[in-house]
Design a protein around this ligand. Structure first.
Ligand SMILES: [Zn+2]
Ligand SMILES: [Zn+2]
Length: 389
């Protein structure tokens, strides 16, 4: 079958690879119908995230049609149309039982690559380094989904593919980030980043009752989407001297009630702190640039909530003293998709939220390397390229 493979830093190619098979009776094999790029893929494409191997199939946000069913799978049969969260849960461990699916104890077969760094092991994820399990990704004609009864979700017939696809990750992650903020009527929520996850966080915050959402980015097309699709007010950070001062001015000197970082380790910014981060990252002294996160910590009102969705490796210069003295609540996680997907599909079916505008570029799988170029450089207004294998 054809699949998009990682060969080296900034070297993706579509190759012929063996088709996946049922290896455990709880597996299904899906024929992938739609699969999309994620900002976190850029971390290993750019070489910031180790443990990729030449030939690895990438991609972790997807939906498909059940093609083969393991003998112990009870809820799915051939031909079912399903969407799959990017983190793999087992459904049996204490973490899965607590709805903390990205922390599953049983789905990462390579704990030795994570434990020395994290002191623990997280769930596995499709197409996202060997430290996260080394599973084959979804940018392919077929993909194996382990523990199918826990990890596949039926897509209602009335939904288009694009309405369901983003429930796999971008929407679930953004929704979780808003959920972390325990939003009350009248709240103001600031969101750094207007990529797929940021836009979903903004829209979800509105859906959960935020009176105002303020979105921060620098790309005019993305800021426009924040205004038109998410109903957010926007700040172009290249237009203001200080994002923190701007947010203060817009909130009567108080600061937002909650701040969501949907940027992570690839943060762009301006000024000395950013130049310092960039230099250290180049020299491999640390893996992250943390400009957005530091702004969020300083901007947030006293006693507010900091919700971190951006993906980080090991970041120094995290201003814990500010978090502590302002009494901020920090909430963060890789997405617990299985907790949210049923709710998201219901929101879509009820017409309460529609993420399909994220799909700015529909491409064939053969065109996926070009799709990643558009996505990485945000060319042509690209928010998410969607590939049809
Ligand atoms: Zn993702
Ligand atoms: Zn588990």
């Amino acid at each position: 079958m054809r699949a998009l493979c990682w060969h080296d830093v900034n070297d993706l190619r579509v190759n012929d690879v063996p088709e996946p098979e049922i290896v455990n009776p709880r597996d299904v094999v899906l024929r992938v119908t739609k699969t999309t790029a994620c900002g976190s893929d850029l971390h290993f494409i750019d070489g910031y995230l180790p443990t990729m191997r030449e030939g690895d199939v990438i991609g972790h946000e997807f939906m498909g049609e059940v093609a083969e069913v393991g003998s112990s799978v009870s809820s799915f049969e051939r031909g079912d149309r399903v969407v799959v969260p990017s983190f793999i849960g087992c459904g049996n461990c204490g973490y899965c039982a607590d709805d903390l699916w990205s922390l599953c104890d049983n789905t990462n077969p390579n704990p030795e690559l994570q434990e020395p760094i994290l002191g623990d092991v997280t769930a596995g994820i499709y197409g996202y380094t060997h430290a996260f399990g080394g599973y084959a990704g979804s940018h392919a004609e077929f993909v194996r989904v382990p523990h199918a009864d826990e990890n596949c979700f039926h897509v209602p017939d009335e939904l288009d593919d694009e309405q369901a696809l983003f429930a796999s990750d971008a929407w679930a992650t953004g929704y979780m980030g808003a959920d972390f903020c325990d939003i009350e009527d009248g709240d103001t929520v600031a969101v750094w980043g207007c990529g797929g996850v940021g836009l979903m966080a903004q829209q979800s915050a509105k859906l959960m009752g935020a009176e105002r959402v303020i979105a921060i980015d620098r790309f005019p097309e993305r800021l426009r989407l924040a205004r038109t699709e998410a109903g957010a007010e926007t700040v172009d950070y290249t237009d203001v001297d200080s994002v923190v001062d701007e947010l203060d001015a817009r909130t009567g000197g108080r600061g937002p009630d909650a701040c969501i970082d949907a940027v992570g380790m690839e943060a762009h910014g301006t000024g000395v702190a950013h130049a310092y981060d960039r230099l250290k990252q180049r020299l491999k002294l640390h893996t992250d640039r943390g400009e957005a996160l530091r702004q969020a910590i300083v901007a947030c009102r006293k006693g507010g909530t900091l919700s971190i969705l951006g993906v980080y490796g090991l970041m120094d210069k995290f201003p814990l003293g500010i978090v502590m003295n302002k009494g901020l609540t920090v909430r963060t996680a890789q997405q617990h998709g299985q907790r949210y997907v049923p709710r998201l599909l219901e929101h879509a079916a009820e017409g309460e939220m529609d993420p399909s505008y994220l799909a700015t570029h529909e491409l064939s799988l053969e065109d996926a390397p070009r799709g990643y170029e558009l996505f990485k450089h945000k060319k042509d207004g690209c928010v998410r390229p969607v590939f049809t294998p």
